[in-house]
Ligand binder design. Sequence first.
Ligand code: KG4
Ligand code: ZN
Length: 332
Amino acid sequence: MNILGIETSCDETACGIVTNGIDVRASVISAQLATHQQFGGVVPEVAAREHLKDLDRVVRQALSIAGMKIQDCDAIAVTRGPGLIGALLVGVSYAKALSVALKKPLIGVDHIYAHLHGALLGCDGAAVRYPALGFVVSGGHTNLYLMKSIREFDLIAQSQDDACGECFDKVAKILGLNYPGGPAIEKMAMGGDPSAFPMPQILEDRSQLSFSYSGLKTHMQNLVRRLNSPNINDLCASFQAEALGQLVRKLRIALSRNPETRSVLIAGGVSANQVFRQMVAQQIALPVFFPSLEFCGDNGAMIAASGYYFADQAKSFCPEWDAYSRHSEVGT
Ligand code: KG4
Ligand code: ZN
């Protein structure tokens, strides 16, 4: 089954074509980085207008790379949410129009779950054993799920405030580094000493399983104000070690509370971080599945893959079917 996936939830206009949820035939990602960099973050209305300009070209390019005609696709999958509502509506409206014009089923996809399905692109899905822990660490979410199957997600922890990637972005801004902050901090941290600046271990003494990043951001802000020209490589390395350390500590707590877990899926923009991957390899004994680097951040292939797993929920034209900006899940 060939599915064409469309992603416009934030600042990447993306289209992927994937066969049976695994084989990527094409993936085109048009990032709006330069447009938003001047503002130090994503401007929602600008993002929506950029999607409007770019989406048709991106879809045509994906079809051309796959050597396929749009009629060769069996269904259209599109991100419904969560994300920036104006940006999402561009993708949803485009996908609805395609679906009506071509008489192809339309599958609404959840962006967060799709990140985890992106971890299985190109790999043997049968190798993943359930129950699994699914960990999405991105610019908008730090969500930990207990997955009974590839399409059952039980939220067991989330951030009480900022998401991990959001914290990387805000700290990068404090340090005068470019947006997005994650890759910029990872690069600067390479030449630094992670133990140079002691960092607070947030929420460490509470039994509750949740994440928190705003305290770490404030600590960095105060540190930068207080110190006279500190070594930026050391600052980045110390911050990164704690931001990622919190992820791994909480993952270990979740595993000890759910001893039946047989594998772990980790995805989202922050999962591209090589130090994070090393920490996970050293501290987690179960099989761990990460996306290949090109599918860590937002992309259309993960949307197409997720569409495959939810193909039974496909709709024919449905005018009231719409995008949602926030997840309906109630946190723990
Ligand atoms: O998944 P994603 O592309 O978009 C969302 O759904 O949010 O994640 C983007 C986030 C940004 O906050 C970015 O700074 C972070 O992922 N990120 C990283 C790295 N690459 C991207 N964070 C840490 N290390 C990285 N190498
Ligand atoms: Zn994302």
